[in-house]
Design a protein around this ligand. Structure first.
Ligand code: C2E
Ligand code: SIN
Ligand code: SIN
Ligand code: SIN
Ligand code: FE
Ligand code: FE
Length: 411
């Protein structure tokens, strides 16, 4: 448990820490982890406002986590609640005031809201104390709800949240909300960039890039844990990779609609033009202003390289697209990068992108059955894909599927 002094120190550092995170999902994870640490709570959730509803978007639960194998993740389903006084979270959203309930199984019958027992029943968990706080932007718009569950005493027994906890969480929530609003804007800008370019069916694009970003960070995290990288480095890289992965195909903005939206298969010339989307995308981020620009450039450039060296664009000068010295074939074409010559983020996004492309409908193909997709991924280990990453992919297939469900339609 944190001492009062540590709590104050943490609060002052929080502004800096939360503002370094640019990705929305990773930010929600930080917010919950820190909020729970403050008040020594077992579990918590974040709901995000979406029109007239609250979308249950993120949750943590130490008790349920302990029932899983090492490295496994909690799989949860997203659902939505109407913003009205009938649920606890809905009540806090509707009234804009926090609610500190010592035991949700003993609510006064005169209260307008009821506790939804479905989650407890499904997961065999007992929720007791629940502290629910609105997340409001600087100009008082409601962004979401922070819900912290089961404060614990030193023996891990559930106890009510104190009034002090409540005050601390209100302050925390105001800091978190600013970071949350900024991360939502960043994601909205990325999605708008992609939509404006009308890369594909605008109904599908947002979901595709969100899925590829989600798969990529999942694979990266497992890869990094195997190598005992520190949580700080892993977090930083996940944040950068997620946005870079979302922008992997941004170079398609420079490809004509006639090619981009062709209803059938490409001929050779058309495919050669399409291949330029890698170099064109990499050029957009050449300014080298930040880790993010570097990662976005690298992912755009390398996401169609293949482990066996038969991918594209190969060893090229990003500025011109021409082969690098000593890296052209007898026909004058660039030689493909192979194995570790391909940067890790490129190898990861290659796998995430093809998995998603095969699983989805395209203007030029039907969606494949999962069994066919998985058989192809497996067969391509060591050919198209880094075999270690394929192994990691299969070891976290449950999480991959849950990301797929979460972003099954437009965001
Ligand atoms: P995408 O649709 O996002 O597909 C990404 C990658 O997934 C493809 O990279 C390819 O490696 C794999 N993939 C997707 N569908 C299939 C499939 O039916 N069979 C196989 N074997 N692999 C598949 P690739 O081939 O380098 O293509 C890059 C992008 O070019 C594609 O992105 C898509 O936007 C476009 N494209 C490729 N081929 C065609 C085509 O024949 N017609 C049209 N209209 N677009 C195409
Ligand atoms: C609610 O806030 O009412 C929903 C919380 C839950 O079902 O656990
Ligand atoms: C994460 O970013 O923590 C996982 C990906 C997701 O759930 O979207
Ligand atoms: C791939 O290259 O990733 C897919 C090839 C195949 O469908 O066999
Ligand atoms: Fe691509
Ligand atoms: Fe793609």
């Amino acid at each position: 448990m944190l001492t009062e002094k540590e709590k104050l120190d943490t609060l002052t550092h929080l502004v800096i820490e939360l503002n370094q995170v640019s990705d929305l999902d990773i930010l929600m994870e930080h917010i919950l982890t820190q909020a729970r640490r403050f008040v020594n709570a077992d579990a918590g959730s974040i709901y995000i406002v979406d029109k007239d509803t609250l979308q249950f978007t993120y949750t943590q639960n130490d008790t349920l986590q302990k029932r899983l194998q090492e490295g496994e993740k909690l799989i949860y389903s997203t659902f939505s609640l109407p913003i009205n006084e009938q649920s606890i979270a809905g009540y806090v959203a509707a009234t804009g005031s926090p609610l500190n309930l010592p035991d949700v199984y003993r609510l006064e019958p005169t209260r307008p809201y009821k506790f939804g027992k479905e989650f407890d029943e499904k997961s065999n968990y007992t929720t007791r104390s629940v502290l629910t706080i609105p997340l409001k932007s600087a100009n008082a718009d409601l962004l979401g709800i922070l819900q912290i569950i089961n404060a614990q005493d030193a023996e891990s027994r559930a106890i009510p949240f104190s009034e002090k906890d409540e005050k601390m969480m209100m302050h925390f929530a105001s800091i978190a909300a600013v970071a949350l609003e900024r991360a939502q804007m960043t994601r909205a800008i990325i999605l708008r960039m992609i939509k404006m370019a009308e890369l594909r069916d605008p109904k599908e694009t947002g979901a595709h890039v969100n899925r590829v970003g989600g798969f990529a960070v999942e694979i990266y995290e497992k890869w990094a844990l195997k190598r005992n990288l520190t949580p700080k480095i892993i977090d930083k890289n996940r944040d950068v990779l997620r946005m870079a992965a979302m922008l992997h195909d941004v170079g398609k903005v420079a490809i004509s609609d006639i090619i981009l939206k062709k209803p059938g298969r490409f001929n050779n010339d058309e495919f050669e033009i399409m291949k330029q989307h890698t170099v064109l995308g990499a050029q957009l981020f050449l300014g080298r202003q930040s880790d993010f620009d570097d990662a976005a450039s690298l992912v755009a450039l390398n996401h169609h390289e293949r482990w066996d060296g038969k991918g594209y664009p190969g060893h090229v000068d990003v500025l011109t697209g021409d082969p690098l010295n000593g890296h052209s074939s007898p026909t004058g074409k660039p030689i493909g990068k192979k194995e570790d010559e391909i940067p890790l983020f490129g190898r990861i996004v290659a796998l995430a992108d093809v998995y998603d492309a095969l699983s989805s409908v395209r203007t030029y193909k039907e969606a494949w059955d999962e069994s066919e997709v998985l058989a192809t991924i497996e067969k391509e280990a060591g050919q198209h894909f880094d075999p270690e990453l394929v192994e990691i992919f299969f070891s976290c297939l449950d999480v991959i599927r849950s990301i797929q469900r979460r972003y099954s339609n437009n965001m």
